[in-house]
Design a protein around this ligand. Structure first.
Ligand SMILES: Cc1cc2nc3c(=O)[nH]c(=O)nc-3n(C[C@H](O)[C@H](O)[C@H](O)COP(=O)(O)O)c2cc1C
Length: 213
């Protein structure tokens, strides 16, 4: 396969720190502001630049823009999201989700998927390093989208719907599914994120020894 050299596009001018520190899960997307092919190309080019084992580049991206297909896929995503919660917690409706649960917002995404102007399904050719060679590209994709002012959220599916999703988009059997990323202009702002302090997640020189901050 031909390899190409890609240069950084001028559209990705946001400082890397700003992109990293403001990128976050955006679940309410504007269905009336489609992304251009040029924007999607920049985002996918950024994904392609990521580290991957042996530069074998197993990641493959299925970009869904057709609104009827997104509507059909959205129904399967809804089914998949609730199948996961049923398996894990026995929940079958929003009334079952505890008031302060972290799943309240993700439950919103199950309703909102049909409003995404674009959905990217991330697959890979099957290989021993499929996932670990695919997710660095996914992170590049999320950051490039953020730098363009475009929101996204990484999510997954449930085995219950995979055959139907793959049949819908004629995905070859040998492809391995990794994640689903609805992407579009946010309805609302990016807002702050909250994370554990790195002093709580980092060891210095040996396990359990805190870093100097
Ligand atoms: C493996 C994985 C699975 C995720 N699944 C979902 C999901 O099913 N629904 C959802 O709304 N967000 C999902 N997310 C997004 C996370 O909820 C989000 O990254 C996390 O809550 C931090 O959100 P923030 O960046 O807005 O602070 C997933 C993220 C990852 C990495």
């Amino acid at each position: 396969m031909n390899m190409v050299r890609l240069d950084s596009p001028p559209e990705l001018a946001m400082p890397i720190g700003e992109a990293m520190f403001s990128q976050r899960a955006t679940r309410r997307l504007d269905p009336d502001r489609p992304l251009s092919d040029a924007q999607l190309q920049i985002i996918l080019n950024a994904a392609s630049k990521a580290p991957n084992g042996g530069n074998a580049q197993p990641a493959r991206y299925l970009v869904i823009r057709d609104s009827d297909a997104i509507c059909e896929f959205g129904k399967l995503y809804f089914e998949a999201w609730w199948a996961k919660r049923r398996d894990a917690y026995g929940w079958t409706s929003k009334a079952d989700i505890p008031e302060n649960s972290v799943y309240r917002l993700p439950a919103l995404l199950a309703d909102e998927m049909i409003n995404a102007p674009t959905i990217i399904l991330v697959y890979s050719e099957q290989s021993g390093v499929a996932a670990s060679s695919t997710f660095p590209g996914v992170q590049n994709l999320l950051l490039a989208a953020r730098a363009l002012g475009i929101g996204s959220v990484l999510t997954t599916l449930h085995p219950q719907v995979m055959d139907r999703v793959n049949a819908m988009f004629e995905v070859p059997e040998e492809m391995e599914f990794h994640c689903c990323i609805p992407i579009g202009y946010p309805r609302g702002t990016f807002g702050p994120t909250s994370r554990l302090p790195t002093s709580a997640t980092t060891s210095w020189d040996r396990w359990g020894q805190p870093p100097p901050w």
